[in-house]
Design a protein around this ligand. Structure first.
Ligand SMILES: *[C@@H]1O[C@H](CO)[C@@H](O)[C@H](O)[C@H]1NC(C)=O
Ligand SMILES: *[C@@H]1O[C@H](CO)[C@@H](O)[C@H](O)[C@H]1NC(C)=O
Ligand SMILES: *[C@@H]1O[C@H](CO)[C@@H](O)[C@H](O)[C@H]1NC(C)=O
Length: 239
């Protein structure tokens, strides 16, 4: 009797762990719904990123504990608003749910890639290896009241929320979950390494400079400042 109760409890908690995983499974994407994980973002064979139509981020989680993430972000450049910097990042690996409800994402370190674009400083974009372990303090999956779509809220290590993500594909759209670009295979090693650090075409400034209303307001004041400076100069010359 005692044994069967214990067996039942173990069975129940196992089922609970499985169920709490299932809600994460799929490809999630931020509101612009144009940045996704999978081969459309990063091509590991040709070591190449494809720029999405809009900036955004995406996470995928598989039933068997693998994750993949894609980031395409503009980086604020307040001193030179017409010279937006941008970054593309991709990595994959395994994830687990900790006993306290946090999510730990551990990448395959040799596989992650980054393209950093700052055309006014460097001209070309810089393509390098990239890896970062991520801890999300917690998460919730709910039905968005406005769009009616499945929505994933991830909370960063400090408790602040990441931008909301919406279900885009299920089953998830992911590259193979094994190591894609091993550092040293006897034959391909040298070639693979030489491809990783290189310069590349800069990211599209028109996409990166699509600004939020707050940023637009800041820009207006910047132009207003330019105008005052210019007319001040004109006054100086006239009188
Ligand atoms: C992972 O990232 C860290 C920090 O940027 C770096 O020092 C390390 O070399 C990276 N590992 C690999 C295998 O690229
Ligand atoms: C859960 O444990 C991890 C590792 O010890 C810790 O970093 C994280 O902050 C904890 N999460 C919560 C919600 O306390
Ligand atoms: C996002 O795009 C995918 C693929 O085009 C589509 O299946 C999905 O419904 C879209 N999601 C939202 C929230 O619009």
């Amino acid at each position: 009797m005692l044994f069967s109760v214990a067996a039942l409890l173990v069975g129940a908690s196992f089922a609970a762990a499985q169920a709490s995983f299932t809600d994460l499974v799929g490809t999630w994407s931020s509101k612009s719904n144009s940045t996704f994980t999978g081969p459309g973002f990063y091509d590991p064979v040709n070591e190449k990123f494809t720029e999405p139509k809009h900036t955004g981020i995406s996470y995928s989680f598989s039933q068997d504990g693998h994750f993949e993430e894609s980031y395409y972000r503009a980086i604020a450049n307040p001193t030179r608003p017409n010279c937006p910097k941008g970054i593309m990042q991709w990595q994959h690996g395994s994830f687990k749910k900790l006993d306290n409800g946090s999510l730990l994402l551990e990448p395959i370190k040799v596989d992650g890639r980054q393209l950093y674009s700052d055309p006014c400083t460097y001209g070309n974009a810089i393509y390098t290896r990239y890896n970062t372990t991520e801890l999300f303090k917690g998460y919730e999956v709910l039905k968005d009241g406005y769009t009616g779509k499945q929505r994933l809220n991830l909370y960063k290590y400090d408790g602040s929320p990441l931008m909301p993500l919406y279900m885009a594909y299920t089953p998830p759209q992911m590259l193979p979950t094994t190591t894609l670009n091993p550092l040293t295979t006897a034959t391909a090693g040298a070639k693979a390494t030489s491809k990783v650090k290189r310069s590349d075409l800069p990211l599209d400034v028109n996409v990166l400079s699509k600004r939020t209303p707050q940023q637009k307001q800041a820009d207006r004041w910047w132009w207003f400042g330019v105008f005052l400076t210019a007319s001040g100069g004109a006054l100086y010359y006239f009188f």
